[in-house]
Design a protein around this ligand. Structure first.
Ligand SMILES: Nc1ncnc2c1ncn2[C@@H]1O[C@H](COP(=O)(O)OP(=O)(O)OP(=O)(O)O)[C@@H](O)[C@H]1O
Ligand SMILES: [Mg+2]
Length: 258
């Protein structure tokens, strides 16, 4: 477990109403930098909606979101990403017609600063930046065991590798905070073990804070420093896995349910 440092993400009374349905209900959480934090809770508890609000995919109906000290409430997702927060989605979001490398490059382009004139002239500046992005993408693909598939179409990869590629795309710009929405869904036991190693590597070697929604208690209990339990759009409990999984209310609302 990493030493606890400052708060990197904070929500205050964050809410999202869809008509009469309250998906997120006055949710206040603090995420400490350098930790792997798990979010668990029953289906429909509002976990993904909370991620959508934090990452700027959806606009809140109430409350505030702070990334470090900056208020990012209602910022669009591209702006949130530029500030160092990236996320993956519950469903795979790859460009299916593109290769593995092209997919990673597409996620890294926001780092490039060339102009339209550079693009038309295929300038030296553009070529240098293009090469730097390719090098960076290949280094990450190597690191995450996908380099040998770099020129393969992304949709030709087995499901577990496609999930891993999604994570590579999210980390290629070296965000401070990475949000993973059910990265283990559909993975087999071996792939789940590899995923746990990969998430620890991202935190330990790439210096990122990781917030992860999961139904796999193997992952939550295995790698999370801190666990937040959601139910009916709000926080039911939080603490270490040992504290949370023995909490009677958590067992009654979530863990005890088949
Ligand atoms: N765009 C939307 N319009 C209307 N209702 C929505 C919308 N998105 C989510 N909801 C509802 O909000 C509630 C919370 O959904 P959410 O997807 O956040 O749950 P979740 O905790 O991620 O569940 P799961 O574990 O099944 O992924 C659910 O009742 C869902 O039907
Ligand atoms: Mg969800």
């Amino acid at each position: 477990m990493t030493a606890q440092t400052g708060v990197i993400l904070r929500t205050e009374h964050l809410s999202k109403h869809f008509g009469g349905l309250i998906a997120v209900d006055s949710l206040s959480i603090s995420i400490h930098a350098g930790q792997i934090v798990g979010i668990i809770g029953p289906n429909g508890a509002g976990k993904t909606t909370a991620f959508n609000l934090i990452s700027g995919v959806t606009v809140p109906t109430g409350g505030e979101i702070f990334l470090e000290d900056q208020c990012i409430t209602s910022y669009p997702s591209h702006q949130v990403a530029l500030l160092g927060l990236r996320r993956t989605f519950q469903e795979i979001h790859l460009f299916r017609g593109l290769t593995v490398l092209q997919n990673v490059k597409s996620a890294a382009y926001r780092q490039m600063t060339y102009s339209l004139r550079d693009a038309i002239a295929w300038s030296k500046k553009l070529r240098e930046q293009e090469q730097a992005v390719i090098d960076q993408a290949m280094t990450l693909l190597e690191r995450f065991g996908l380099a040998e598939f770099a020129m393969e179409p992304a949709d030709s990869l087995p499901y577990g590798m496609q999930k891993r590629l999604e994570i590579v795309k999210a980390v290629v710009t070296f965000p401070k905070l990475l949000l993973l929405d059910e990265p283990a869904a559909g993975l087999n036991t071996q792939e789940t073990i590899e995923l746990m190693e990969l998430i620890c590597k991202i935190r330990d070697e790439m210096d990122m804070t990781v917030l992860i929604i999961e139904h796999s208690m193997e992952i939550i209990g295995g790698i999370c420093d801190h666990v937040i339990v959601m139910n009916f759009g709000t926080k039911l409990a939080e603490g270490s896995w040992d504290e949370v999984h023995t909490n009677e209310e958590v067992i009654r609302c979530y863990l005890g349910v088949d």
